[in-house]
Design a protein around this ligand. Sequence first.
Ligand code: VTB
Length: 314
Amino acid sequence: MLIDKNYISAFVKTTERAAYGASLLKGKGDKIAADKAAVDEMRSQLNKIDMKGRIVIGEGELDEAPMLYIGEKVGNNNGYELDLAVDPLEGTNFAAKDLPNAISVLAVTLKGNLLNAPETYMEKIAIGPGLPKNLVDLDFGVKKNIELLAKAKKISPNKLTACVLKRPRHDLIVKELNSMGVKINFISDGDVLGVISVANPNSNIDLYIGTGGGPEGVLAAAALKCLDCQIQTRLVLQNDEEKNRAKKIGINDFKKKYDVNDLVKGDVIFCATGVTDGSLLKGIKNNEDTFEAETFVLHKSSSLNKIIKNKVKK
Ligand code: VTB
């Protein structure tokens, strides 16, 4: 079964409204308030949609997130049973400081088709389209992955660019990339867009590598699936508490490597609206009675892949 195309505009509207909510607090230094504004707008929009929706990836567990928590039912209880991964404000720091690349993002599948990823870290390696299947692997290590990628692209390693989240935990990866002359595009946050940058020929990013949020990994995989790119991930469960949380949502093999189709099965819709201006999307522009929004929208089964610009009534 596929997701009806008629849903697309409703989900575009959802990330548009969430981005608008966050944009009202842009640059005000309060990331919690910006996140809450995005969550409130997203939730109220989701509840207008004809669906029996369920949040699979959300703002956290019920006790820590009063809204859009994992397991929350959304929609007006008519229509399809859908599973949702949402990040009403990805890049809360970016929004609070009015820095580029804050987005509101969601992915939708039919029920049961999204990996229930716990709120833990996840190792990620992603590459663009048109490359041999399973070319890179988390277990190969940086050197071998770079050599394989360079060979497949018929260029030398020092012509490759990798996107890496700037964190001390990546020092070793960075050292190895440096030793091979690979150019590094560091990001300070926002690895959903970081991972997706491998799909964008204008970004010149050949590889995403490193450890970021698990939920963000599933969201990025939804986009990569529509863009025929590859990602491999593995959960990082650091202690018994995290292992128990994973078990509670049905994960028993803690070392499992998930590829794009393990993370997101079947048909999928992906929407991301810019909150602040960024490399892929312009941010929200506020006018008197309207706001302007740019949304990157993908739908696997209809091969939809475009940036939609809308002027929306406030
Ligand atoms: C990433 C990134 C997020 O968290 O997942 C990152 O996509 C990972 O966590 O935007 P740490 O900050 O703990 O390294 C964010 O930067 C913030 O949620």
